[in-house]
Design a protein around this ligand. Structure first.
Ligand SMILES: O=C(CO)[C@H](O)[C@H](O)COP(=O)(O)O
Length: 261
């Protein structure tokens, strides 16, 4: 039976994730693992590398992985990789995570999956924060591609106050509602998520500072000045790499797209 071709967007996510894992993860490291659909491919790549024969330079056998969510903890455990907790680690070597939108300075909007507090903690603890995404996430200005708003993790008791303050600042703010449960989305940490859309964000650091100062906002989905590299899988199967200095480089994705590690 002929193999079914992979959906091009999924192939792009996979190419980016595999490239990042192979460039940044070495044996013995402590590695933060983000959440979402792109990160699934990163974990699959890590699992394949854990199965490589002894002596292979890509083999990982002593690396440990710090998840950012229930989803990534499950993924790591199912892949047979060693899970570590952020509470017992002060510094991580690298953290790899997806994003909803990334600008040329590598500022990101994250939290489409509702894990922004843990994701921010893990990324902040890492010496290097690496973003993996498909080409739809490459943006000239945050808030123009991802128009669902900046996800904010909010203390449930403060969500009405926060929404009033956000609206006064000009945002369209909505409490994120669950799809298969009555009521709001509740994060792994027991908080609500409010999505605040301001249109294109001109001054990203100022916006992040302002959002962080809103009472009840525990964390924002703006990751400003944190990433050192971003990999974007393209529709043609290649991977484009953005660096924090604004340089964009096309890189070969052939090995990253292969089945074996
Ligand atoms: O921030 C996140 C979850 O809170 C995700 O990394 C972000 O939403 C991207 O997800 P995907 O890889 O599914 O596009």
């Amino acid at each position: 039976m002929a193999a079914t071709a992979m959906d091009p967007v999924e192939a792009a996510k996979r190419a980016a994730a595999e490239k990042a894992v192979d460039e940044f993860v070495r044996d013995g490291m402590v590695v933060g693992i983000g959440s979402g659909s792109t990160i699934v491919y990163a974990v699959h790549r890590l699992a394949a590398r854990a199965k490589l024969p002894e002596g292979d330079p890509l083999r990982i056998s002593t690396a440990v992985f710090v998840p950012t969510s229930f989803q990534s903890r499950q993924l790591l455990a199912e892949a047979g990789l060693t899970v570590a907790e952020l509470a017992t680690r002060e510094v991580l070597d690298v953290a790899i995570d997806g994003a909803d939108e990334v600008d040329k300075s590598l500022n990101c909007i994250k939290g489409g999956g509702g894990c922004q507090l843990e994701e921010k903690l893990v990324a902040s603890a890492a010496r290097k924060f690496v973003v993996v995404a498909d080409h739809r996430k490459q943006s000239e200005r945050l808030g123009t591609c991802w128009t669902k708003g900046v996800p904010l993790e909010i203390a449930p008791s403060g969500y009405r106050l926060a929404m009033r303050l956000l609206a006064a600042k000009g945002a369209t703010a909505t409490l994120r509602m669950a799809k298969s449960k009555a009521g709001p989305v509740v994060t792994d940490g027991g908080h609500f998520v409010v999505d605040a859309h301001f249109g294109g964000i001109e001054d990203v650091p100022a916006m992040e500072r302002w959002l962080k100062a809103v009472p009840g906002v525990l964390e924002t989905g703006i990751f400003c000045g944190m990433a050192s590299k971003a990999f974007f899988g393209q529709a043609d199967g290649s991977v484009v790499e953005w660096a924090a200095d604004g340089n964009a480089t096309p890189v070969a994705a052939a090995e990253a797209g292969s089945e074996s590690a």
